[in-house]
Ligand binder design. Sequence first.
Ligand code: BT5
Length: 323
Amino acid sequence: MDEEILQFLREHSSAFLSGEEISRQLKVTRTAIWKRMKVLREMGYEIEASTKRGYRLIRSPDLLSPSEVKPILRTKWMGKTIHHFQTIDSTNYKAYQLALIGAEEGEVVIAESQKKGRGRLGRHWFSPSFLNLYLSVILRPKIPPQQASIITLMAAVATAEAIEKFSGLKPSIKWPNDILLRSRKVAGLLNEIQSEMDQIHFVILGIGVNLNMDERMFPKEIRSTATSLKKEMGQTISRKAFLQSLLGELEEWYGIFLKEGGAAILKAWRDRAQIEGKRVKVTSFGETVAGVAVDVDSDGALILRTQDGDEKRIVAGDMEYKK
Ligand code: BT5
């Protein structure tokens, strides 16, 4: 009902709307409307109320609800359905559940905060309220499961592009799924797939971007390794505007992948990651290997030349740059 009330107020933003009129349109009592207005104010909507004239919307908060986001989206199909939550365990988990019961390609789950935001390997993603972006997109590409890693690379490229176009800063990608600004993590990706032997049912693209966190808001353990766009740009970021940009880039890069294949994505990824020749240390399945990065192959695996000169192919793990 809140969405409907807001829609209504927006359509008549220059005039007052009487409680009676709203209650008639929405077929609920005036007391119910009054109660919802109170909740909307608590959410940050500035609504003027006059006993004689009714209600008028003065200002909206920077919320990521469908009624705030949809009017500004420039995508053709991505984000046309948005599932929005004030708080949730994890947007990836929710999107997975929705995909299992038939949610369509392009449906998006967004939360203002996550109680159990997930990183890879059971790690935690710090997800405080109203500051950042936590979203999961459902995709249903008709590709074999072996190609799924390209989708992860594609999402990393799209996120980096969105950050660059939005801020003018130059983010880099760090294998496998980090987006960095000045060597600090500004965004992380967690992609999960559901598939059978020869076919993907769906991919969940989970993306967390730090937008408006100040340094002191980061927990101590990540304060020296993480950053936010606000911190880097020195100004508050409109989360809505950033979301608009990110969904636009995702739709575009996914389109490039479907049309031109993985090679176009790999090229863009390599340009951003500049991984070749870097001295790195990689931990994978409990084992740590040092060496020089050679490349990332078409399955998204890291190719590493070890100190003995052997080439190793690493499909998953954590990488650190060495000086
Ligand atoms: C990631 O994992 O980087 C994937 C993060 C994906 C988060 C999104 S939010 C929307 C969607 N729904 C979810 O539940 N998840 C996705 P990984 O590479 O494992 O990195 C996790 C590590 O990054 C943690 O162990 C911390 O060291 C660090 N970290 C945690 N929160 C952070 C934050 N907000 N900013 C920067 N670093 C963070």
